[in-house]
Design a protein around this ligand. Structure first.
Ligand SMILES: [Zn+2]
Length: 92
C-alpha cells in the first residue's frame, strides 16, 4: 500500500512519463530531438529513477563502444561474391 502511494507520487513527479515511455524516448533524447517539455519530463524522471539513470548510462556506453567499431560488417553476399571471383580467378 505504501509502495503504491509512493509509486503514484513518483508518477506525478515524473509528469506522467513511465519507465517504458522513457525507454521509448531515450534515442531521441540522445539525439537531442526531444521537445523542451519532453526533455524536462525525461530529466525529472531520471532525477528519481535509478533504474532509468543506469539504463541511460548503459545506452551512452553502448553508443560509445559502437562508435569505435566499423559502421557495418561486410555483408555475407559481398564476401561470398569476392570469394567466388577469387576462386574463378585462380582457376583461370
Ligand atoms: Zn524509470
Amino acid at each position: 500500500m505504501a509502495n503504491d502511494l509512493k509509486g503514484q507520487v513518483m508518477h506525478l513527479m515524473a509528469g506522467n512519463i513511465s519507465c517504458q515511455e522513457l525507454a521509448d524516448l531515450i534515442t531521441e533524447y540522445l539525439e537531442g530531438s526531444l521537445t523542451f517539455s519532453e526533455r524536462i519530463r525525461f530529466q525529472i524522471h531520471l532525477g528519481f529513477c535509478v533504474g532509468c539513470r543506469n539504463y541511460l548510462n548503459q545506452m551512452k556506453t553502448t553508443i560509445r563502444t559502437l562508435g569505435k567499431l566499423p559502421s557495418e560488417p561486410m555483408p555475407t553476399e559481398v564476401r561470398e561474391e569476392l570469394l567466388k571471383r577469387f576462386r574463378t580467378w585462380k582457376k583461370g
